[in-house]
Design a protein around this ligand. Sequence first.
Ligand SMILES: C[S@@+](CC[C@H](N)C(=O)[O-])C[C@H]1O[C@@H](n2cnc3c(N)ncnc32)[C@H](O)[C@@H]1O
Length: 278
Amino acid sequence: MNGRPEFLVSETEVNRIIDVLLKVHGIDFTGYSRASFTRRVQRIVDRDASGNFGALLERLSVNSNYANLFINEVMVNVTEMFRDPTFFHALRADVLPQLKNLDHITIWHAGCSTGEEVFSMAILLHEMGLLKKTRIVATDLNSDALQKASKGVLPSKMIAEYEANYLSAGGLGLLSDYYAADFNSITVNEFLRSNIQFKQHNLVSDGFFGAFDLIICRNVLIYFQKPLQSSVVSLFKRSLNKNGYLCLGTKESLLFAEDRFAFDEVDKREKVFRKKGS
Ligand SMILES: C[S@@+](CC[C@H](N)C(=O)[O-])C[C@H]1O[C@@H](n2cnc3c(N)ncnc32)[C@H](O)[C@@H]1O
């Protein structure tokens, strides 16, 4: 193959895959941005199709284990601890102090992947003395990622970067205070994980499930087309308490959301918004 794909999937073929995933397996990718979705499909096709797209489509239709694998692989799960440290700095300096007088704090991490972002939040809350009164719900569509997240075990190859991110984010101690290191993995300390509930939730179809003071959904909307971005923002609006905060990723915005006027912009650079009180 000389590192080149055996064939390039056409738009029609991508549509047929989307059709099978929706009609047979009930997972709707119609609103995802096509360029990135097609790149991911191409990677899987290169590996699995052996030049026979029809056979791959048939396997996708009849084999739900394979379909599950496919669905998990077609989503981008890249994440890291204290990703974009200035964002965590803003949480520490501007957002969490506004929530600290609440009796209980409820946080939803939507699209949490393998948990690195959620564990970073737990460390931050611990250092601010807020962890014990906080309940975190962390959701994703990817069942493999959630399974990894709920074990609290992370690969250790990025640990030097994570240490640097943690310090840039204003970390008060050493990141190594918060995990036990093994040969090539780390296990996040139990006390940080005890208030976190990981659960499967599809932002496209699963709807509202609680009232939160803070919703963090970073680097997820970027994979969605504008109408889907808008409907997910509307879900977040309904899921936030009055004056609750919504945090998006650096490349994301509320610009295309019908509900954009329901929010005030708190931090333009860090993409922090606050639901209006009335
Ligand atoms: C790039 S990761 C972002 C992880 C983390 N928020 C961060 O910024 O480091 C995007 C995540 O969104 C999840 N995702 C994609 N579509 C989703 C959907 N419809 N519902 C819930 N999660 C979804 C993917 O499985 C993936 O874990």
